[in-house]
Design a protein around this ligand. Sequence first.
Ligand SMILES: Nc1ncnc2c1ncn2[C@@H]1O[C@H](COP(=O)(O)OP(=O)(O)OP(=O)(O)O)[C@@H](O)[C@H]1O
Ligand SMILES: [Mg+2]
Length: 299
Amino acid sequence: MSSAEVAVQVFKEIETEDFRILNIIEAGMSKHEFVPKDQIQKHSKLPMDRIDFTLGKLNKLGLTYRTKETYNGHTLNYAGYDCLAINALVKADVIVSFGQSLGVGKEADVFDALSPSGRRIAVKFHRLGRISFRQTRRTRGYTREHSTWLFQSHVAAEKEFQAMKLAYENGVSVPEPISQNRHVVAMGMIEGAQLSKYKDIGKPEKVLKEILRNLRKAYLKAHLIHADISEYNIILQPDGHVLIIDWPQAVKTDHANATELLERDIKNVLTYFNRKFNIELAAKEACDYITGKTRSLAF
Ligand SMILES: Nc1ncnc2c1ncn2[C@@H]1O[C@H](COP(=O)(O)OP(=O)(O)OP(=O)(O)O)[C@@H](O)[C@H]1O
Ligand SMILES: [Mg+2]
């Protein structure tokens, strides 16, 4: 079970006092690898027996990890961090319930959820370092690295949300960004599948042109370079139009490596269309079009 599945499953069992303790552990993690129990007590102002009870419960639910033997130090697992973000999104009236998992990947889990008005939305949990985290835990137990990964995932979600908002406001075809909390981004649900999944896409020239038109809009209007474009981050919708997803690594066009990143994005797209659909377009021509040096594509 993924940690988001754990979080979604146990979420209803978590009470106000449990959230209070989870929040205190989260705050303490900026200073401590394992937040000591006396710190938790100091901030919660609850009697020690209640704290012991709650810490035991949170650990049993898989939301926290505690130091062996004395159980004195506590740290959040991804599932605990997930619960804090879910709780904030519920309180902010963004989501009321979760549906099924839409995809568990290397660096993100995406879930289907319902908004208070009954709209289906997608909720993406960033999971940086998940794989290396599992490996270090196996060999070295929990390390400082762990809390750094939670923090990095938070940063990734913030960056993705900001980039998607900019792109969306400037008419780039992306899922509608709805809300963000901690390492989680809520966005409009999309239909269709990754470009990589299709054998036949009808008129590939038209699809390629639409992708490049979106990269041009992102560049000229939102001043953004996606920086991770591939057939896996382009969705082809049932109506034949494309959507560009997965924006945490996007950079501004004045970034020091902007040119290289844009050239790499272009190469990824052109290589794919060349290999799969036999379309030839020079990278230079695509680049001039995207950066506004030319106004249209010749093919
Ligand atoms: N808004 C959405 N609506 C529906 N499904 C989505 C949405 N966003 C993402 N997905 C699904 O989740 C998958 C992973 O999303 P995304 O590419 O944003 O994350 P990622 O960091 O690349 O994760 P992974 O490591 O799995 O590739 C997508 O390929 C898609 O199937
Ligand atoms: Mg992706």
